[in-house]
Design a protein around this ligand. Structure first.
Ligand code: TRP
Ligand code: ZN
Length: 873
């Protein structure tokens, strides 16, 4: 049992800080073994009643406390705090302490990554560096002086502008940085190491010249071009679309191999997981390139949405994250294919986000209670948070939305704000009533819409009845009706749009659904129309409407919105999967309708549609997306049904896959949307070809593509097709790949992921063996995610094997990671806490695994919070 039960914090308990810090001078005497930190802060009392200053600090060795340059002894060192008693109203506080970066395996605070020293302070990492008011509503100007060995650490970086530097005796040197923008401690950063640097500049629209620098491990300069290109695109886009210009004279990005998340928006000094910086054609896929563009954009956009306006407290995290995800999604959509981006965003909502809503960790985008803040960097806060911003954008329109953004910055620039502040600015600027809309911030769970329609031939009216219901979630029993924008369109039998009108007034396509049940009436509808619902996925809801197969095929062909075309295909797949899961349970063989195959053939051969869109339409939903449609999840049945559909589609459309495969070859490799789209469809075709009964043909084409590929997209597509279809050539290809790339961790992540999601019966055995592979390390989060994370989350059949071996394996891993890296451990546990979704036999085994984990010595708060929530359910 854990020695102490960690306590939850509540959103409604927020109080303003008793003291604030306006300026801080930091001095670092750096070394990996012991670093000495001197923090000199200007402290001002804010609350006349207070006379004890309480600072946060963890794993620190305190050396001294001075007030106004005099030693101060009236303090107490508490487990994770420093209490300084009887302090004056206004004073200089100087604290000296030591830390040990080399022992920091949690990668929070100051730690070592491949010989370099770097920091990660969000959310509460700064308290691992020094005692401080480590909360986002205390904003100070930071001056940082770093002293270190010049040979080991030739580059010394921090936030803001470099203001001075010099050499010292004994090979030491120092650099001093000053950041004029007051910021909370979570945006502090420091990096020391030896790097290659790509330098460039950007001229802002007000003609200021910004120095741009990307720091990477030596030898990686040839993989930095795309990140720089993406950064400049992001800077230009934010000026054009959001009217926002960069504010410092220099913007730096550092890529590190050891990083718990994607990247971090520290003011003027973004620190990135190297996965989201490094790319060249031989090592990175098209998806990697697009991921880099989006994460570079995301972190850059935080400079305004996150840094200039920050969060008052961590419950407001979606204020910066939901909004910044919305901005990065729009950036990618404006630069590339809007439809493809929208579909990929929706897949995250329907997969991981709906899964989270139905789990013991269910929470609103603005959570009400938190034990470990690191557990709330979730798809709900980020991706659903972005959907909420997108709904606002739909309700207000671009012009009023931008007016709202301007007003938000007018009111809150330089301060720490709340989600309510943001909504208020949007409501004030647009004069739209958002009172009910605000419930999206406080209500958790996935709303469900039940739609029925009736056509009245006599008076040519069409009625749409919409019921909404949000099933109760673990955290919240009662649910209220939400304000849901429902975007629709009507078509006549030729696919022509029927304008929406009633009694001579034309109606907007976005309906305001805001009651538990309501009816919308349209007239002048000449015949019974086909309706497109939830165009562009206008709200993050589950939609129920009794579409006929015929209607869905019609929508695949005629819907004007590309997302709707994709969605109709998904619904068609889902209908078939539901039927076949039932057949699996009755031990019957697969049954597919011929009209469904014909519909997909029509899409595949379309010359009108973007090939990248076709590639998405012809793929069935993932096993996790499918699982979200079942009350009780049967991983074996879902896998079987999906696999059978793939085999049928492969063979019944064999000629078409082969034809498309051959007509969509690209030669030179360009990161250009037309080419990316071509490769996507070619490789979707190869995937189906690999599943042909004509095994010789399958092997020949897969092996040829692997041998001839001049880029990683095509290499990994061939390898992936071989593994997924279990072609016998997969062993030889996997061996070859390993020999070529074993020294390159980021490339090997792709190989580990294929091993982990291998549909072979012995996948778990292979994953276990790979724990000792020469390229694997349990200390590197990217390796953990690609091997273990992929296995537990994306190989449901193997992880949920009825003998419980998958669960045992996860318990072993978590036992080891619990103390080493609690953040990463807590992400891995997610598939285990959802035991209520499975049959009783699995439930018992999963519960036993959780109970075993609860007895771990020194159980982290991160795991404790998830396990206790799960077991209480
Ligand atoms: N704010 C970061 C982002 O852009 C998230 C992040 C990076 C983070 N590293 C972290 C959050 C470590 C918690 C812990 O989304
Ligand atoms: Zn972010």
């Amino acid at each position: 049992m854990s020695q102490h039960s960690p306590k939850a914090k509540y959103r409604l308990d927020y109080t303003a800080p008793n003291y604030t810090i306006t300026d801080i001078d930091l001095d670092f005497q750096l070394s990996a073994e012991v670093t000495t930190v001197t923090a000199r802060s200007q402290v001002i009392r804010q609350n006349a009643q207070a006379n004890t200053l309480v600072l946060e600090g963890e794993a620190l060795t305190l050396i001294s406390v001075n007030i106004d340059e005099q030693p101060w002894s009236n303090f107490e060192v508490k487990p994770q705090q420093l209490w300084i008693h009887d302090v004056p109203d206004n004073f200089t506080l100087t604290i000296v302490n030591e830390i040990k970066p080399i022992d920091n395996t949690a990668l929070e605070g100051l730690y070592v990554s491949e010989g370099a020293l770097c920091t990660q302070c969000e959310a509460e990492g700064f308290r691992h560096i020094t005692y401080y008011l480590d909360r986002p509503d205390v904003l100070a100007r930071f001056r940082t002086r770093i002293t270190a060995n010049k040979e080991k650490y030739p580059f010394l970086l921090s936030n803001g502008n470099r203001i001075a530097e010099g050499d010292l005796a004994n090979n030491q040197h120092w650099v001093e940085w000053y950041d004029p923008f007051p910021k909370p401690s979570y945006l502090f950063a420091l990096v020391a190491g030896d790097f290659d640097i790509l330098k460039d500049k950007f001229i802002t629209r007000s003609q200021r010249e910004i120095t741009l620098e990307i720091y990477v491990d030596r030898g990686n300069l040839d993989r930095t071009q795309w990140a720089m290109e993406s950064l400049k695109n992001a800077m230009r886009w934010d000026e054009q679309r959001f009217n926002l210009e960069y504010d410092l004279d220099i913007f730096m990005i550092v890529a590190v191999d050891f990083f718990n998340m994607g990247a971090m928006e520290n003011k003027g000094l973004n620190i990135f997981n190297s996965k989201f910086v490094l790319a060249k054609a031989e090592t990175a896929t098209d998806d990697d390139y697009l991921g880099i563009e989006s994460v570079i954009g995301h972190e850059y956009f935080h400079n305004w949405t996150g840094n200039r306006v920050t969060c008052r407290d961590w419950f407001q995290l979606s204020l910066k994250e939901g909004l910044t995800v919305f901005r990065d999604q729009e950036f990618s959509a404006d630069l590339g294919s809007r439809a493809v981006n929208r579909i990929n965003n929706v897949k995250i909502i329907r997969g991981p986000q709906f899964t989270e809503d139905a789990s013991p960790m269910s929470h609103p985008i603005r959570p009400d209670q938190v034990i470990e803040m690191n557990n709330f960097y979730t798809v709900t806060v980020y991706e659903k948070g972005s959907e909420v911003i997108r709904m606002l954008h739909t309700l207000l329109g671009e012009t009023q939305f931008q007016a709202g953004m301007r007003y938000y910055f007018e009111c809150h620039d330089g301060t720490a704000a709340t989600c309510d502040d943001f909504i208020q600015a949007m409501a004030d600027a647009s004069q739209i009533d958002l009172t009910q809309f605000k419930r999206w911030y406080s209500q958790s769970g996935t709303p469900e819409l039940f739609v029925t329609t009736t056509y009245n031939e006599c008076d040519q009216t069409y009625q749409l009845t919409v019921k909404q219901l949000t099933p109760s979630t673990v955290d919240q029993k009662e649910k209220q009706p939400l304000h849901i924008p429902l975007d629709i369109e009507l078509y006549d039998q030729h696919g022509q749009i029927i304008p929406l009108q009633y009694q001579g007034r034309s109606l907007h396509s976005v309906l305001d659904v805001n009651a538990s049940e309501q009816t919308f009436t349209f007239d002048c509808v000449p015949n019974n129309p086909v309706i497109a619902l939830l165009r562009e996925f206008s709200a993050p809801v589950k939609l129920h409407y009794n579409y006929s197969t015929e209607d869905l095929i019609f929508l695949m062909q005629h819907a004007t919105n590309d997302f709707n075309r994709y969605d109709a295909a998904q619904m068609l797949f889902n209908q078939n999967i539901q039927e076949n899961v039932a057949r699996f349970n009755m031990s019957k063989s697969i049954a597919l309708s011929e009209e469904m195959i014909d519909a997909f053939r029509g899409i595949l051969l379309s010359t009108q549609l973007d090939p990248a869109l076709i590639a998405l339409i012809v793929m069935p939903p993932s096993e996790n997306e499918i699982a979200n449609q079942f009350e009780v999840v049967n991983p074996d049945a879902i896998h079987w049904a999906r696999q059978q559909i793939i085999l049928q589609m492969a063979n019944l459309m064999a000629d078409e896959w082969l034809a498309i495969y051959h007509t969509h070859q690209t030669h030179d490799y360009h990161i250009e949307h037309h080419d990316i789209a071509k490769r996507a469809l070619k490789n979707a075709s190869l995937f189906y070809i690999a599943h042909l009964t004509d095994n010789q043909c399958a092997q020949r084409l897969v092996k040829a593509q692997y041998a001839q590929a001049n880029n990683m997209t095509d290499t990994i597509a061939a390898l992936g097709a071989a593994v997924r279809a279990q072609l016998s050539c997969r062993h030889e290809l996997m061996r070859d790949f390993e020999q070529q790339w074993h020294q390159d961790g980021l490339v090997m992540d792709k190989w580990f992921m294929l091993q982990a999601t291998n549909p072979a019966k012995d996948a778990l055995q292979q994953v276990k063996q790979l724990l000792t592979h020469r390229s694997f390390s349990l200390a590197n989060p990217n390796r953990i995610r690609s091997l273990i994370g992929a296995f537990v989350s994306n190989n449901p059949v193997a992880f949920h094997a009825s003998n419980g071996q998958g669960y045992h394996f996860l318990v072993e891993i978590l036992t080891e990671l619990n103390q080493k890296n609690p953040q990463v451990a807590a992400r891995l546990i997610d598939p285990l806490i959802r035991y209520k979704r499975y049959d009783l036999a699995r439930q018992q085994r999963m519960k036993a695994a959780l109970e075993q984990l609860l007895t771990l010595p020194h159980l982290s708060n991160d795991l404790y919070e998830k396990i206790t929530k799960a077991l209480a359910d």
